[in-house]
Ligand binder design. Structure first.
Ligand code: PEP
Ligand code: MG
Length: 579
């Protein structure tokens, strides 16, 4: 039995057979070929190209009924790339002169092409396609598994170096028992999706893919962050028991607290909302006592479909969530695409960027693609008559972005009015505070919008310059950093002064270690994963506001992160014990 320790990001225990996904863009070993086998290697390459093209044709036939002409054209582009005479000659030349294996020669040559394409904005958009072509060739030459697990035949535990949100969103809950990967952090989007799908997951498992073979038996403990390869019977029995206990105690807690308010010992009412990624989760939110949806991450509709949703598809999703939640509010966040949330199979939709998290993401992308943005806004406004819907704009960094959103919203309203389509005229408009510039400008922005929602996942990433998905620096991703706390405090105060509600929807809001501090800073609305809500409510009901304020005052005095965390831990333990 071998054991790995990582970061548990989605609770639950599962055991099953490992399904190892070779990651995209994984470097290949530059294997040398003896002189007398060089021509055989050239033939191996040519035959791989033919097989890869055949594979594309198969996909084209299989997907034709599901995809439109625009998407089918992508396959033709990939075939042309694979068949390109110059590319083939360059790769064959490299095999012959360098005596290297076909996959390494292809890798080297394609990298050079990618570097050239990236030099020019107009050609950079082809880079994701080159990666696709490269992966196809590698799959044929090295017999690697495809990352597409949509058609799994039996339930498995996924083992991967890294998974994109668009891969994860396609997982079938009945076939994917658990997810384990080498990369990722608590707030990475793949972790968020695993949580939403209720799939146990552990990330940041260094060296995992080298230690597991396809078909190995594997246990995943998503709460404890443990993974066991080839476990003995005793370990297996122990974890089945743990799983049973977790499910039981979660259910009992949710039942016991369902009718009770989220209220501090001294009667301060706190609002608990749920974050969802799919409309079906609205029921789980209600079952766990959510008073509304504080964040509906709509980009997953796009990622699930692998293409832009139609207005009717948007409408159906929003309407079903709004109707189910009524009269509770549903905060619909407009498409937060870009960065890691891209669909690589749709060329032209996303441009490869050197720093995608600082690139054309979220509202910036919506401004670039007004048609796509307007389609979504039309659907949100149309859905607004079926429930209580509020609009939330992500990644706002400047006042003029708010003004621009209002102008576009007004145009969409006019279009709907001209078509005699009903919509809620007083729909509330809020912004995410998830970039330091927005937090610093919160007093000015508060005058322009109806509510704030603090997105700590990005706010921490951008304030501390720590990639939220990089396990190598996850220890630096510190919600309790004094700079982060000051920005949160400033945002809450700015919202209070302007008389608008301030919620928090980043993962920090569901982390019990920070609950006392956040209450003390003045936060009254929390939005988090539905399953965390009962625990959060239980803890809120143990806290006195005066104590929370004292603790926040003390923590705010500390300039050093270690001191701030020590003070918080010490005072929190006195108040609510271990969390
Ligand atoms: C955040 O950044 O905190 C947030 C809630 O948005 P997302 O995690 O979707 O980026
Ligand atoms: Mg964010």
């Amino acid at each position: 039995m071998e054991q790995f320790k990582g970061i548990g990001v989605s609770r639950g225990v599962a055991a099953g057979e490992a399904f190892v996904i070779e990651s995209e863009r994984m470097p290949v070993r530059a294997r040398q070929i003896p002189e007398d086998q060089v021509e055989a290697e050239v033939r191996r390459y040519e035959s791989a190209v033919a097989t890869a093209i055949e594979g594309i044709r198969d996909d084209q036939r299989r997907l034709a009924p599901k995809l439109g002409d625009e998407y089918l054209a992508i396959f033709e582009t990939h075939i042309r790339m694979l068949d390109d005479r110059r590319l083939c000659d360059d790769i064959i030349d490299r095999i012959r002169t360098g005596h290297v294996a076909a996959e390494a020669a292809a890798d080297e040559v394609l990298r050079k092409y990618i570097t050239l394409l990236l030099e020019d904005q107009s050609t950079a958009r082809w880079v994701p396609d080159i990666y696709d072509v490269q992966n196809r060739l590698h799959r044929v030459l090295l017999g690697r598994q495809s990352g597409d697990v949509r058609e799994l035949e039996k339930p498995v535990v996924i083992v991967a170096e890294d998974l994109t949100p668009s891969q994860t969103v396609g997982f079938d809950r009945d076939k994917v028992l658990a997810i384990t990967m080498e990369k990722g952090g608590v707030t990475s989007h793949t972790a968020i999706i695993a949580n939403a799908l209720g799939i146990p997951a552990v990330v940041g498992l260094r060296g995992l893919t080298a230690g597991v073979r396809a078909g190995d038996r594997i246990i995943v403990d998503g709460g404890g962050g443990q993974v066991f390869i080839d476990p003995d019977e005793e370990t297996l029995a122990k974890y089945v028991e743990i799983e049973h206990k977790i499910t039981e105690s979660d259910r009992r807690l949710a039942d016991a607290l369902h009718e009770l308010p989220a209220e501090t010992v001294d009667g301060r009412r706190i609002t608990l909302y749920a974050n969802i990624e799919f409309p079906e989760e609205a029921q789980t939110a209600i079952d766990n006592g959510a008073e509304g949806i504080g964040l509906y991450r709509t980009e997953y509709l796009y990622l699930q479909k692998g293409r832009e949703p139609t207005e009717e598809e948007h409408l159906e999703a929003y309407r079903s969530a709004a109707e189910l939640m009524w009269p509770r509010p549903v905060v619909i966040r407009t498409l937060d695409l870009g960065a890691d949330k891209v669909v690589s199979a749709t060329p032209g939709h996303f441009t490869a960027e050197p720093n995608p998290f600082l690139g054309c993401r979220s509202i910036r992308l919506c401004f670039e693609r007004i048609g796509m943005f307007k389609t979504q806004l039309r659907a949100i406004l149309r859905a607004s008559v079926f429930g209580y819907i509020r609009i939330l704009i992500p990644m706002v960094t400047a006042l003029r972005e708010i003004t621009r959103v209002k102008e576009i919203l007004a145009e969409v309203r006019e279009e709907l009015a001209a078509e005699d389509i009903d919509n809620e005229l007083d729909i509330e408009l809020g912004i995410m505070i998830e970039v330091p510039s927005a937090a610093v400008m919160a007093d000015s922005f508060a005058k322009e919008v109806d509510f704030f929602s603090i997105g700590t996942n990005d706010l921490i990433q951008y304030t501390l310059a720590v990639d939220r998905g990089n396990p190598a620096i996850s220890h630096l991703f510190q919600p309790g950093h004094p700079a982060v706390i000051k920005l949160i405090k400033y945002t809450i105060d700015a919202g209070d002064a302007a008389g608008i509600p301030v919620a928090m929807c980043g993962q920090m809001s569901g982390d019990l270690s920070y609950l006392v501090l956040l209450l003390g800073l003045g936060l009254r609305e929390f939005s988090t994963s539905p399953k965390v809500l009962p625990e959060l409510k239980r803890a809120i009901r143990l806290i006195k506001m005066d104590d929370a304020r004292d603790i926040a005052d003390e923590v705010m005095k500390e300039a050093d992160i270690e001191h701030a965390l020590d003070t918080l831990t010490h005072r929190r333990q006195e108040l609510i014990g271990e969390v």
